[in-house]
Every structure is written in structure tokens, then in C-alpha cells.
Write a protein that binds this ligand. Sequence first.
Ligand code: NAD
Length: 248
Amino acid sequence: MSMTFDFSGQTAVVSGGTRGIGRAAAEAFLAAGAKVYALYGGDEAAAQAMRDAHAGDGRAAVERLDVSDGEAVKAFWRRLEDGGEAVHVLVNNAGIRHDAILAMMAEDDWRRVLDVNLGGVFHMSKYAVQAMSGARYGRIVNIASPSGKYGFEGQSNYAASKAGIVALTRSLARETARRGITVNAVSPGYIDTDFIGNLAGELAGEYRKTVPLKRFGRADEVAMAILFLASREASYITGGVLEVTGGL
Ligand code: NAD
């Protein structure tokens, strides 16, 4: 049996959708027929590359939106609502890390990581749920991390934000179940993106050895898990965490 996802007629909003995992997910949704809002927080060059790559198909909107800015997020969703545009899928993928051991961690690094990673999911999901409730259909997929499950040296801020995302996912899933909205998380392991691109070669080798599949994952492998949870077919899955970790 072969399985393909059909998102034609649907609109997906992907935060952090111009690089890495988010871009792979945005492109997979486009390939599956969706209209996609690929939102980004910085890196104009990556955003322009995404615009250029999809200028022809008319279904990719690439916009800068800082998900930690509640007012800006509200304005984004209000604009869609005013334009009568239904959103079927939200992927909360935007994420940053500012690593340091806790005893040496700057207040700003603690706050910024929580504000973007966890605050961003709060802001985006709040208005998405309001918009999806009317239609009594929606799929929200949040990006977690094994760091939130196991902890990781130097990542107490990041790990706390990702554990928070799982707790938010489970709680929101219970709140929205009766409105036809499912909420799940994907937890990617070591994925070959700019996010871990600055790992020293030797360290990367050490980490790779800890992965049962003995390699880092690819962004498109995570994108397929996101698409599955975002599909109509994943109708009986909510409040779950799908691990895409090579067995970590
Ligand atoms: P990436 O750095 O390439 O992508 C991060 C994206 O988040 C970028 O598109 C960026 O524009 C966006 N972003 C950052 N701050 C933002 C803000 N304030 N508002 C809006 N967008 C913002 O990294 P990636 O590996 O593709 O990471 C994507 C997600 O996957 C992140 O949530 C990350 O925590 C998670 N993750 C990555 C890995 C990995 O190994 N790469 C592992 C586990 C989880």
C-alpha cells in the first residue's frame, strides 16, 4: 500500500518555515497541494531563497513574524480572519537555543528561549484555536525535543521550553478535542540543520554514536511525521508525541 497526503484546498501556517525542518515541512505541504504561510523570525537570505523557490506556484506566502510578540501574532491571525481565510493546519516549529550551564546562564538567555519556544506556541495556538473552532476542524503540530524529555547539559532553558511544549500539547489537546481540533507534538532527534550545524566535528561524531540508527536525521524525515499528524487521516491521534529520533 502506498500512502500520499492530499492537502489541496487546505491552508497551513508553519512558523520558522524558511529553514531546516520548517522549510522541509512547508515544502512538503506545498507539494501536497496546500497553501502555506511560511513565517520566519530572521535570516532574510533564507526567506528570500524560499520566496524565489516558490514564486511560480502562487501558494507560498513568506512573511516575517516574531512568534514571541503577542500583538504581532494577534494582528497576523486577525488579518487572515478579516480576509476570510480558513487555516486548517498550524505547525509551531520556530525555535532557538542559547546554550549555557545554568550557573552561568544570563537572564536574557533564559527569558528569550522561553519567550520564543514556549511563548511562541502559546501565542500562535491561542489565535489558531479561535480560528479553527468555528470550522470545527484543525490540526496543530508542535515541535518538541528529546532534550525536554531527558535533559541535556547546557540546555536547561531549551529543555524546559521543550518539556513545556509537551505539557501544553497534552493540555490543549484535551481542551480542543470536542471542537475537532487535534494537537500533537513531533520530537526530532539530531537533525542535520543549521540548528546543530556548529557542532564541532568530533562532538558530532560522539553524538552520532549514541543514535541507534548511527546517523543524524534529515529535515524531510521529520517533515513526513509532521504531515502525517497534520493530515485528515490522523483523526484519532491527539495529545501525543511522535519521536523521530533514530531510536534515541
Ligand atoms: P533552524 O534554526 O534552521 O530553524 C529555526 C526556525 O525558527 C528559523 O526558520 C527561524 O526563522 C525561526 N525562528 C527563530 N526565532 C523566531 C521567532 N522569534 N519568531 C519566528 N520564527 C523564529 O533549526 P531547525 O533545526 O530547523 O529547528 C526547527 C525546530 O526543530 C526548532 O523548534 C528546534 O528546537 C527543533 N529541533 C531541532 C532539532 C535539530 O537537531 N535540528 C532537534 C530537536 C528539535
